[in-house]
Design a protein around this ligand. Structure first.
Ligand code: GAP
Length: 441
């Protein structure tokens, strides 16, 4: 008997513990006390991230096929970040507690009240803190050698706009997409993977004629909202929220956030921004290079507008965990299950011999499916019930058990993670079974 709960059973503490226990995510430098806001991803975390990235690439290129990819550098010249406005504007307001020296973002504390850490009310005045990590290239630590770790991937796209245009047969409208690391010296990293100091972004800059940018802004906003339900996230916990004028970043004409209802409230998961021609215009001005595009129809050069979609891989990782986490009662025992959509699940299937006697035959099936490229696990230790629970906890959609009958009927028992139903499947049909499972959901 199964009594499913809902995923409101998920708390940050439970997810952090599960991620550590099962090798999804570890605190970086844990054996030295940990590096705040920085995480390492284990095997399952790596696989989950890969599936997230793959789904994103597939989703954007099926929305609009005219998209090329870029892998830009992580270190950025100071001039790039001056032109982009990050040196001047990329800061959060912060305050310090003069008593215990704790530092907060002003929107994280109530300045009418005492410091949550020491209980004294002794705030400094609020001041701006630039969130970029600054470094120096080479041995001379002078102004000329200053560089920054990129706080977003987008600028690599803008500064390569002309390179891409002249080396590929792309024409406006088209997109340049990128997945890569970004770094922000967040004053208060928090909520595990929600606000980190080193994280990954998936960004698309869509270049279009100015007269079409309002249309593409709406089109990408809708497409990006729909993406999240296509990878299995509950659509009732997803909404699109337009920014108020006073919330807009220094570069945006308009912005829609895709928000997810986390246990700690509705929070931004992705931003879709109408950036106008701010970036190309700034880089043209600062570099002295004309980044304009020649229009065959009007016989004039113009700067395209940009619609950006930007989502954090890690924030989406956390969202998927929150959304998929359930605690069910099965036969009076609580099981933890991650109900990932099969295409997102890090492991697609587990192969289990019922007893040691069936190990060799089960291993053969495992090796065959691995060779065909399926991400699967072999599990032979412990009772079958324990093995099911282990797979449920990492979100494996199906377990195939090779049992006493398998040798005669050449079938295995397929046990479904969500319904717990069992059916016999011919061993030579397992590939089709997995393909259908991965295609349908
Ligand atoms: N290029 C636009 C840009 O970077 P953003 O709203 O600052 O916009 C986009 O960031 C997305 O990157 C966010 O919606 C979030 O998913 C992710 N992100 C931003 N800061 C993050 C952080 N400190 N930790 C984890 N993810 C973050």
């Amino acid at each position: 008997m199964t009594t499913p709960t809902n995923s409101s059973a998920a708390t940050l503490e439970k997810l952090v513990a599960l991620c550590k226990r099962r090798g999804f995510v570890y605190q970086s430098a844990e054996i030295y006390g940990g590096l705040n806001g920085v995480y390492d991803f284990g095997h399952l975390g790596y696989l989950l991230k890969e599936n997230i990235k793959q789904s994103w690439k597939q989703a954007i290129t099926t929305t609009e096929p005219n998209i090329v990819f870029l892998d830009g550098s992580l270190l950025g010249a100071a001039d790039v970040w001056k032109a982009s406005g990050h040196v001047e504007h990329f800061s959060d307001p912060m305050v310090d507690c003069m008593n215990c020296k704790h530092r907060y973002r002003t929107d994280d504390v109530d300045l009418e009240r005492a410091c949550p850490h020491c209980g004294k009310k002794a705030w400094t005045a609020a001041r701006q803190f630039n969130m970029m990590f600054q470094t120096n290239l080479g041995a001379a630590a002078d102004q000329a050698s200053v560089a920054y770790l990129r706080p977003e991937t987008a600028q690599s796209i803008f500064i390569n706009f002309k390179n891409v245009l002249s080396t590929y047969r792309v024409k406006v409208p088209f997109g340049i997409a990128q997945i890569g690391k970004a770094f922000r010296n967040e004053i208060t990293p928090k909520q595990f993977l929600f606000r980190m100091r080193e994280f990954e972004q998936m960004e698309l800059e869509w270049f279009c004629k100015p007269e079409n940018s309002a249309y593409y802004f709406e089109r990408w906003s809708q497409a990006r909202k729909d993406f999240f339900s296509s990878i299995g996230i509950n659509p009732e916990r997803i909404r699109l929220r337009p920014h108020e004028k006073n919330e807009l970043s220094h570069y945006s004409v308009a912005c829609n956030d895709v928000e997810y209802r986390f246990p700690f409230g509705w929070k931004e998961l992705e931003g879709i921004a109408h950036r106008g021609n701010y970036d190309l215009s700034q880089h043209s001005k600062f570099s002295g290079k004309d980044l304009g595009v020649y229009d065959e129809e009007t016989k004039q050069t113009y700067l395209p507008d940009v619609v950006e979609s930007s989502v954090g891989v890690d924030r989406l990782f956390l969202t998927l965990l929150f959304d998929a986490y359930y605690e069910d009662v099965v036969d009076n025992e609580t099981r933890v299950v991650l109900r990932f959509s099969p295409k997102i699940a890090p492991i697609k299937a587990a192969i289990m011999p019922l007893t040691k006697k069936q190990t060799e035959a089960a291993e053969k099936i495992y090796a065959d499916l691995r060779r065909k490229g399926y991400q699967i696990q072999f599990d032979e230790s412990g009772s079958i019930g324990k093995r099911y629970r282990r797979q449920d906890e990492i979100g494996t959609p199906v377990c195939f058990t090779y049992d006493f009958d398998s040798e005669n009927d050449h079938k295995v028992t397929a046990r479904n993670r969500d319904t717990l139903t069992q059916e016999r499947i011919a061993i030579d049909q397992l590939e089709q079974y997995l393909d259908a499972m991965l295609k349908n959901r």
